[in-house]
Design a protein around this ligand. Sequence first.
Ligand code: ADP
Ligand code: ZN
Length: 721
Amino acid sequence: MARAHVLLLNPALGPLDYRADREHVVEPGSIVLAPLGPRQMVGVVWEEETLPSADQVGDNRLRPLLDVYDVPPLAAPLRRLIEWTSDYYLAPPAAVLRMALPSSSALDGARTIIEYRATGERPGRMTPQREQALDRIGQRQGLIRELATIADVSEGVIRGLVKSGAIEAVTVSIDTPWPPPDPGHSAVDLSEEQQLAAGMLADAVAAKRFQPFLLDGVTGSGKTEVYFEAIAEALRAGRQTLVLLPEIALTEPFLKRFEARFGHLPVAWHSELRQSQRRRAWRGIVHGEAKVVVGARSALFLPYRDLGLIIVDEAHETSFKQEDGVLYHARDVAVMRAKLEEIPIVLASATPAIETRQQAAIGRYTELKLTARHGAAEMPEIEAIDLLADPPPRGRWIAPTLVRALADRLEKKEQSLLFLNRRGYAPLTLCRTCGHRFQCPNCTAWMVEHRLLGRLQCHHCGHSMAPPAECPECKDEDSLVACGPGVERIADEVAALFPDARVAIATSDTLSTPARAAEFVERMEAGDIDVVVGTQLVTKGYHFPELTLVGVIDADLGLSGGDLRAAERSFQQIAQVAGRAGRGAKPGHVYIQTHAPKAPVIQALLSGDAQSFYDAETEARKIAEAPPFGRYAAIIISAEKLEEAATTARLIGRTAPAVEGMHVYGPAPAPLAMLRGRHRQRLLVHARRSLDVQQVIRDWLGPLQWPRGVRVAVDVDPYSF
Ligand code: ADP
Ligand code: ZN
């Protein structure tokens, strides 16, 4: 008999011991099925030394394992990564492990899965629900549950359609092999500068050593082409590459571009995959035949068979910070994974984060610079529009200068992009008579009007309501006004100014699935769109050669609020969106509307002197001992009742240890004082870089107790505070 020490996929549990009988060969990393009370649960065999159990059960009381899955065990570097992530971010190891294993159904040996699709026949009896289902499903296929979600009907409706013959079952193989991308398919000739960078990356891939790179190149300088050469090298070595992108909306254009370069698609991994696609991808990943995997954060913890390279594209993006569940930063965990796997990692960005620049400055990361756009493309001309001197007419947001520029592009049949980082029509609805403002009942947030949906929506919890006919306070009927612009309102303004212009809105509402994002890219490329109005989603990655004008509607938006990274983020966002202009043969022009043309951020953008802006920001952080020169951790205490949250917060505050080099602020209401119906209090820990702040927090919170229903979460290296 052997003892198997198993970490089950239940975040509330530590590792438990089981008995492995003779027919079960287990080793650390083996994926197993174990009994837990009356139920069964998937888990992974772990080393006792690195993850000890709380108490030892005698040999004679051990329950036997039920099964050992026929998949390769989780490799040691991944097990160490899971432990590191759990330690660093103070999360239960099982919560991290869950990100490495998809649903347990992927583990069974089945080679096929049954999906459903429309046959084209009309059902004998048509109902509005059935009509809606068939209409929305169209050509798509999936599990009954997936089709029900797509169609927004109950599973019963789909089953009824199956019975009536309008939907049929099809057998899908989840075992179809992934054809390997061809490194020599259609390489481009690199410029000298590009070649130098690509050579360094390829060498590190060939040497199979840990080496972090900062690939710092202006927008359109060919960063993607350069790291494609590193991928080609990994492919030649037969090893896998992971490419992390900040948004799933970006995967589709990336896939197309990759296919053009390597002849075959890479494997996509994101939350929108169907069960069958997910299972096929996961199998390809664990067996090592999925050579290149592109995905959002969640692809980071997958059990790659033989990982040889990691790329983090748009590495400065804040969406790499996970704000739910395990609160980790995918960029930082990716670097740790590369270290444990002993492979190179490339952080690519035109506007690297100060944290990343600093690593390069002290020589920990190798910096590779691309200083020029490829070919004839020049960097765009950037100009500020002083909104005090050149204001838009009342009730409008596009200044006359920008209107003229738009007219000019429309005339020349070139494309324009207007950037405003606000979804919906208007961020606030207000009663003119009594001043009532529509607030979310669950969150400290205004209800945002979405005219396209015909709803008011909370962007934090998703609460929505029909647009009110009257003010709930004073009952006045014609007194409600939309305050301020969102992208929908700007799109209306463009349509009113230029009735013939074809206007598209690009936000996470309109590009919510890879398919919709792909359609948007196609329409842009085909020239079917004249003006795009978009949020930060369009600032990233896209390459539209005919886009020559960019207008930033409100450059001051990101600067309000006391956020540590506000100036840096504003700079990055505007520089990125500016970088969408003039990427082809025609020169680009950027207008930045602002009330503060003298602000350092705006000045840096106008002069193109990013370095002095970053130097000043870095210096300010050094003085304040802010990241990366010092560290923060936020302790968030939440409860349905304010008093409960406050009581626990005070308890935690009172028991704060006095530690040299550490200071605790609060408790105070968290920046979002109420979220999804829970009151939130916050303590902010500021510590010297060298302090093991995680250990301090573990020792501090460990012995404390709080009532059920109170949640305490620690956000190490928090982003929004
Ligand atoms: P970045 O990732 O730095 O924004 P891209 O890799 O997207 O830049 O390059 C911008 C455009 O220039 C793309 O269309 C790309 O294919 C093209 N390009 C870059 N370098 C080369 C090259 N050496 N030969 C041909 N085309 C190139
Ligand atoms: Zn809400």
